[in-house]
Design a binder for this molecule. Structure first.
Ligand code: ZN
Length: 681
């Protein structure tokens, strides 16, 4: 599971408050420029890798191999999001790289923005809203670009003319009726047929569900369907497995090539075994091998260098079975790990004292291994937009028996915070100076703590009743949203607990108030800047935040816990009773846990549909108008650092990290260097 950044909370500096310290440390001086290009609704940022220079030569070599393995899988996310993803990407890369005409015109600028958006979303569906977007330049102009670039480099079919090629790709680029939605979670329709991602082809939701229903779910069953595309061959439903020699074989082989090198410089035996098991899985495609790998990965806690590489999160699949390709490589952040570890150490206390019904509490919360990491590079579904917290593995039985590893991505969070400090959302939407100053002082720490708790005590808490199936079966398309809501609520409930003062991860209750103000403001108002007027909320994390915020707003109405107030014609949210709000968060947490534990689909559906999906059009319009005056981009993603190895006598003798400044140049470089798949996979 992953946690995404809640946008634009204006935290002034990175929280440097560490476990055990009494006052926040002085803010660091920033000379590194985090801002890079911006276009459309997107802002590209940069991040640094502090601590890389201090690694040993062997650790640097290991990170280099894992870095190459990370980028080698990039093609897969394009193909997973659409079967035409790589075809379209190669087309725009060719134009961008070889067009011979005037590049100073307004039309070219529109084409260039389209390229930026395409790369930012790993395809032509918005990375957050999932809807298709099309170029703002005309189709006639687009065709002229195709006619005036290096045709030999275009992904034209055998014997196809450039004209015919254009006829084939034009609707893919321009027709909003062709693949309108990457993931469509609309209730009451066939979500698999309506979603244009490349996880299924020629099959209905019913056929897919029948197919997987036959597989055993008792005991330690694997996550069926995680690494395959479902198709029909001769009328029979079957799977195309993503593995060496199977679908995506060439990219997977390249990943294994680099992992094999990484194995030779492993830091310790456990890490070596973990990487060996990963290679075994990628070669066999056997999901039992994946579970073996996941268990070893959870147990590898000593290594300084770590990461993941494979098919992990299921948000891109309407029925939550197919894992999107993602990868990262990281260094352990020892300092920030102290804070997160202080919380994880108390996991059992948090479980015992939670508002859950007694029968839904875990008697023994198993080893939540929590740490902060410094990211070296990310790819696939984790880039250019990234998570800020990750908790894995996802398999419930592994989490129960072996625990899970939870990481907070401290250097990317730092970049977010620095970028936010330069902008002024909080000044526009914050209620008054007390609220604004509290968020400015404590917002960064509050959000760090919330992330830590969401990941390491949130997802890890609670248990499913005996005999109840896994949530992808019981809660179906609402499972992701409800799980994220649940983890958020654990964080919200506990951030206002004296316990956090006792274990010295928080200096005062003002941190909790800052979090409540930010969360409610975001859930009821500011996150709406991310969607177009007239649209409802689709994305699981956005749905969960509105669900949580709206539910407590509605339930607290009688006692006026939260109210909308107007100042100078503008709407603000005001929290009147923080303690009561906390207990409402606890009530909702108990209910969502009950829904998960009992597999109560009807109640889960009602919660999400009634509170998480619909948008108040009048308020939405006002929010968007105010936002447009701020000149802020609602979505942010990252340029990745670049590792380069110096070779001496066929061996890696040194590894350097650089921080590229152009997103466009990096995307072109990746397209050239890490393209291992064809246009038909
Ligand atoms: Zn989460």
């Amino acid at each position: 599971m992953k946690l995404k950044s809640i946008m634009a909370i204006s935290a002034v500096v990175l929280s440097s408050y560490q476990a055990g310290a009494q006052t926040p440390a002085a803010p660091k001086k920033e000379s590194f420029n985090v801002m890079a290009e911006s276009f459309s609704d997107l802002q590209v940022l940069r991040y640094q890798v502090p601590g890389f220079e201090k690694l040993t030569p062997k650790q640097k070599e290991l990170s280099y191999y894992l870095y190459e393995a990370t980028l080698s899988g990039r093609d897969m996310i394009y193909d997973q999001k659409s079967k035409y993803g790589i075809l379209l990407r190669k087309t725009i890369e060719t134009i961008y790289g070889t067009y011979k005409g005037d590049k100073k015109t307004a039309d070219w600028k529109k084409f260039q923005d389209y390229c930026g958006r395409f790369w930012f979303s790993n395809g032509n569906h918005h990375h957050y809203g999932n809807e298709k977007f099309i170029p703002e330049c005309s189709a006639t102009y687009f065709k002229s670009l195709i006619m005036n670039c290096n045709a030999a480099a275009l992904p034209i079919g055998k014997g196809e003319t450039t004209d015919a090629f254009w006829k084939r790709v034009e609707p893919l680029f321009y027709d909003m009726k062709v693949q309108p939605k990457c993931v469509d979670l609309t209730a009451g329709i066939d979500n698999i047929v309506a979603s244009s991602n490349n996880f299924y082809e020629g099959v209905t939701q019913k056929e897919v569900e029948d197919f997987y229903d036959k597989m055993p779910t008792t005991g330690n069953a694997p996550s069926w369907g995680l690494n395959s595309k479902v198709v029909k061959v001769n009328g029979k439903v079957t799977e195309k497995i993503w593995k060496s020699g199977g679908m995506y074989g060439p990219a997977i082989d390249k990943i294994c090539y680099w992992l094999d090198k990484a194995i030779t410089v492993a830091e310790n035996a456990k890490q070596k075994q973990t990487m060996e098991l990963l290679v075994k899985f990628l070669r066999s495609g056997d999901l039992k091998d994946f579970d073996d790998y996941s268990i070893a990965w959870v147990q590898d806690t000593d290594s300084k260098i770590d990461g993941i590489n494979g098919f992990i999160e299921v948000y891109l699949d309407a029925i939550g079975k197919k894992g999107s390709y993602e990868s990262y490589v990281s260094i352990k952040d020892e300092e920030a790990t102290k804070r997160i570890a202080a919380i994880a150490k108390e996991a059992q206390w948090f479980e015992d004292n939670s508002p859950l019904m007694p029968e839904h509490k875990k008697k023994q919360v198993k080893g939540i291994i929590a740490k902060a990491i410094t990211v070296i590079a990310e790819s696939g579904d984790l880039a250019p937009t990234t998570a800020i917290g990750i908790n894995l593995p996802n398999a419930d039985w592994i989490r129960k028996e072996h625990g899970s590893k939870s990481v907070s991505l401290s250097n990317v969070i730092h970049s977010y915070n620095v970028a936010s400090a330069l902008k002024g959302t909080i000044d526009e939407y914050g209620l008054n100076d007390v609220v604004k100053n509290r968020i400015k002082q404590y917002g960064a720490l509050a959000s760090d703590l919330h992330t830590d708790m969401h990941e390491c005590i949130g997802h890890a808490s609670g248990q499913i009743n005996e005999g109840v199936e896994t949530t992808d079966k019981t809660l179906k398309n609402y499972a992701s949203c409800l799980e994220e809501a649940r983890a958020d609520l654990v964080g919200l409930y506990y951030i206002m607990d004296k316990k956090l003062l006792d274990i010295k991860v928080m200096p005062s209750m003002d941190v909790a108030k800052a979090e409540y103000d930010s969360y409610i403001m975001n859930g009821l108002m500011t996150q709406l800047t991310r969607i177009k007027l007239g649209d409802n909320i689709e994305e699981a994390h956005m749905r969960n935040r509105q669900l949580n915020a709206k539910w407590v707003y509605e339930m607290g109405k009688k006692e006026n816990v939260i109210e909308f107030v107007k100042h100078g014609g503008k709407t603000y949210v005001q929290i009147n009773n923080y303690e009561k709000l906390r207990s409402l968060f606890g009530d909702l947490l108990r209910e969502i846990q009950r829904i998960k534990s009992e597999g109560d689909f009807k109640a889960g559906q009602a919660l999400v549909e009634n509170y998480g999906v619909k948008v108040d059009a009048v308020l939405h319009k006002e929010i968007l108008e105010r936002y447009s005056k701020l000149g802020i981009k609602p979505y942010r993603g990252f340029i990745q650092p670049k590792l380069t190895a110096t070779m001496t006598g066929g061996k890696v003798s040194d590894v350097k990290v650089e921080y590229p400044t152009s997103f466009f140049a990096q995307m072109m470089e990746y397209g050239k260097k890490y393209s291992f798949l064809g246009v038909n996979n």
